[in-house]
Design a binder for this molecule. Structure first.
Ligand code: KIV
Ligand code: ZN
Length: 520
């Protein structure tokens, strides 16, 4: 089985996304996580672009460059190459990455030179870089739109000048998988004859959504190394997403006969970190790392999954560090999914007639609320079958009755009214912002303290009736972490409901654990 090297360029090509600029500490945090993910090479920046970028690359090389190779980008000019060398040299294995165009539009229109002049510039740049550092990568920018003979002439010349890696970029996302695969096959064949130690790499952009497909086609045709970013971020429509390429190989190693050294269980965590620090949301249906990537909402699918996971799941969420597959109870969920959820909250002993009542009530609630959670099932059990013994915890659950939020620049404040069984609890509080004030008020009213770790707001419908979904992740005092959601047309109300849901999840969890302990 071939081992494919993975270069992550989240901190270089990824950072080119407008508005995604990171500070030094954020870059170091991402680089540290990329090391945990076990990427082979981190492209840490473009040091000639600013003093800040130079410093960030140098710090990453010093702090993270003990095992992982560190590189940075240079145009084929002495100043850029010096800046790269002096920033990456602190790493145990530094790599200088030089880029220069090979397509006619780059050579003639962008660089305004002849092919011969550009070839000579590239060769001189490699020779200079090689005098500083043993590892040099040469990228033939816009390779997929270049004349093949000139492209090969360039590759041959820069390899003879000392380049140790040849990177073939599909700079503008022009390639299609069959054609790109064929290009890589031809280059690979010649390169292996010229110098079998030189590594052949690809770098694909996603302008027509083909970056992952082109990258995988290149691997199939002999590429030894791929360049990717986390969540597929990057210039314009972005780069090949690391998680997609890696999991594509993971799933179909039989076909590709290739694998990577990536610790796949670190994928989700890395995706979250990059998204949070760069302020770039991951689309909910994004392959591998989107919120819905392992969530099943169709009744037919839920039924199939509960019978056998591989009916609708080819990659297990645990493989990429997602806690578990998620079955979202909605009006489209069938009886099987609802029975499964009832069992999860410890309720299995009911007659068919009782279940039908529960199911009818569930459908009403799902229509009204859109999504139904475990603690909602407790309420349903209590209000439909009124079983003594089970649902004993229902009086311990909280329900948001009313809330008021005052938003102003100085003292945002919130008041909440919350019901717990027959008791009505109220609290008013101030906070750093509207959501903070709300959460502080709910904490005080319920006496249950959950630390907010993550807060996400998505719009799930359009127009006047726009529904907002708030997803939060909280840590209970006992260390347990809960992820909860709520949907409402009012995003502050959705925020409050998500928090109250998390409180109820913690309570239900406690009740179910106690019941399980009693059974044992
Ligand atoms: O897209 C591109 O061509 C690049 C090169 C620097 C590899 O980002
Ligand atoms: Zn690029």
């Amino acid at each position: 089985m071939r081992k494919i090297m993975v270069l992550d360029t989240t901190l270089r090509d990824g950072e080119q996304v407008p508005g995604a600029k990171l500070n030094l500490y954020e870059k170091l945090e991402i680089a540290t996580q990329l090391k945990k993910l076990n990427v082979d090479i981190i492209e840490a920046g473009f040091p000639a672009s600013s003093a800040g970028d130079f410093k960030a690359v140098a710090e990453i090389a010093k702090k993270v460059g003990d095992e992982v190779m560190i590189t940075a980008l240079a145009r084929a000019v002495k100043n850029d190459i010096d800046a790269v060398y002096h920033s990456v040299k602190h790493a145990r294995r530094p790599l200088i990455h030089i880029v220069l165009g090979t397509s006619d539009v780059h050579v003639e229109k962008k660089l305004r030179k002849t092919r011969e002049q550009i070839l000579e510039q590239g060769v001189e740049a490699v020779k200079y870089a090689k005098s500083l550092c043993p590892y040099v990568q040469y990228s033939t920018e816009d390779a997929s739109r270049s004349d093949f003979d000139y492209l090969w002439q360039t590759i041959e010349a820069v390899v003879k000048a000392g380049a140790t890696m040849i990177n073939i970029p599909d700079t503008v996302g022009y390639a299609v998988p069959e054609e790109f695969g064929e290009l890589i096959r031809k280059i690979n064949e010649r390169l292996k004859n010229l110098n079998p130690d030189v590594i052949l790499s690809v770098h694909c952009h996603n302008d027509t959504g083909l970056a992952t497909a082109n990258t995988l086609a290149a691997i199939k045709n002999g590429a030894d190394k791929v360049e990717c970013t986390i969540n597929g971020i990057g210039e314009r429509a972005g780069n090949a997403a690391l998680e997609e390429v890696v999991m594509g190989l993971f799933l179909r190693k039989d076909y590709y006969q290739a694998t990577t050294g990536i610790v796949t269980t670190e994928i989700k965590k890395t995706s979250r970190l990059v998204s949070a620090l760069m302020g770039l949301d991951v689309q909910v249906n994004k392959a591998i790392v989107g919120d819905n990537a392992f969530a099943h909402s169709s009744g037919i699918h839920q039924d199939g999954l509960l019978k056998s996971r591989d009916a609708y799941e080819v990659i297990h969420p645990e493989d990429v560090g997602v806690e578990d597959m998620e079955i979202i109870l909605t009006a489209r969920s069938g009886r099987h999914a609802v029975k499964n959820a009832l069992a999860k909250v410890g309720f299995t002993n009911y007659t068919d007639e009782e279940f039908e009542k529960i199911f009818a009530r569930f459908l009403d609630l799902a229509d009204a609320k859109k999504e139904v959670y475990n603690h909602d099932l407790y309420h349903i059990i209590q209000s439909t079958v009124k079983r003594n013994g089970h649902g004993a915890g229902v009086n311990d659950l909280y329900e948001l009755v009313d809330m008021q939020v005052i938003v102003n620049n100085n003292f945002p404040s919130a008041s909440v009214k919350i019901r717990k069984g027959d008791e009505m609890l109220a609290s008013s509080n101030m906070g750093d912002g509207a959501v903070d004030a709300l959460y502080t008020a709910i904490k005080e009213a319920t006496g249950i303290h959950l630390d907010l770790l993550e807060y996400k707001l998505n719009s799930i419908s359009r127009g006047k009736e726009a529904l907002g979904r708030v997803s939060i992740k909280v840590r209970h005092d006992n260390g347990k972490i809960y992820s909860s959601k709520a949907v409402d047309t009012d995003i502050l109300k959705a925020s409050a409901l998500a928090y109250v849901n998390a409180v109820n999840m913690a309570i239900v969890d406690d009740i179910v654990s106690k019941q399980e302990e009693e059974v044992v």
